[in-house]
Design a protein around this ligand. Structure first.
Ligand SMILES: [Zn+2]
Length: 294
């Protein structure tokens, strides 16, 4: 057998019960890069990042950057969070949200609500397919600050010019279907937006509570499961306001560590769920094993 060209199978759907809900994390894609530094730490030296990689036995400078989307099926609604790049994936190894939905037992027509944390391409690209809404029956939910920032489209950095044009292509045309929310606002019963501004102008985290179980969706508050936790002040190259993002990262990770509730992160290694431990001046990500299966 030619083992060089075989397309490898990897897990891409992880489902578990949570309170009265079912949560599904889906690997919508991943990309292999060769720039761990400066990708996850523009304000650190290459040597610092290489030392971290060595300590935790991950490669350097190669890395895998994952895109993990979440569905929450409540008794009342099927909610999709940041449904990935979709057809706008810039790499062949991403764009699999719609295909994976079937494996999870759903279809695009079943989605009642799509909640967007922020407007970067990996989070909004799949809102439209072939010029039409991908999720025809869904209400779309955006943070007001985030949407208005991109709608104004002023002082956009060169790095984000593509993000702006994608926003104008896949988000702006949906404006009449959009419900706008503010931090601390309840989206549906048990689901609340959390201010996590910094990674983008109005980036949101989400808190979900069901029958006494709680979790925090960090979204892009963290970029890398080691770097962003061990050195929360390191600037992620994709942070639009790196200083604000670092302050937010500390506040949100502190919240997760203090409460001890599980976290899900869009760019954490699949299935992208675990816990946050606080050390003196840093944090640690403890990936979940079977906590949600028993
Ligand atoms: Zn992202």
């Amino acid at each position: 057998m030619n083992t060089e060209n075989k397309k490898l199978v990897r897990p891409h759907v992880y489902q578990f019960n949570f309170g009265d809900s079912i949560i599904t994390n889906m690997l919508e894609g991943h990309v292999t890069r060769d720039d761990l530094h400066p990708f996850v730490a523009t304000n650190a030296t290459a040597d610092d990042v290489q030392q971290l990689a060595k300590r935790y036995k991950i490669p350097y400078p190669k890395l895998e950057h994952s895109f993990v989307t979440t569905l929450i099926q409540t008794p009342d609604a099927l909610i999709a969070f940041d449904p990935g790049f979709g057809e706008n994936a810039p790499m062949p190894s991403a764009g699999f949200f719609n295909a994976s939905l079937g494996t999870a037992g759903f279809s695009v027509d079943d989605i009642d609500m799509v909640v967007i944390s922020h407007c970067h391409p990996d989070h909004i690209g799949n809102l439209m397919t072939g010029g039409k809404p991908t999720f025809p029956n869904a209400q779309i939910v955006f943070g007001r600050t985030e949407f208005d920032y991109w709608k104004r489209g002023e002082n956009i950095s060169d790095m984000r010019k593509h993000t702006l044009s994608l926003f104008e292509k896949v988000a702006l045309p949906l404006i009449d279907k959009i419900r706008f929310i503010e931090p601390d606002e309840s989206i549906v019963s048990g689901l609340t937006a959390v201010n996590a501004f910094g990674h983008s102008a109005g980036h949101l985290a989400f808190h979900y509570e069901s029958k006494g179980q709680e979790l925090l969706m960090l979204n892009d508050t963290v970029a890398h499961y080691l770097a962003s936790f061990a050195n929360p002040d390191w600037h992620f190259s994709m942070d639009d306001d790196p200083d604000m993002a670092a302050t937010t990262r500390r506040r949100v990770l502190d919240m997760a560590a203090t409460s001890g509730i599980p976290v899900i992160g869009f760019h954490l290694p699949f299935p992208a769920i675990g816990f946050v431990e606080k050390n003196t001046d840093s944090f640690e990500f403890r990936p979940a094993s079977y906590q949600f299966n028993v």
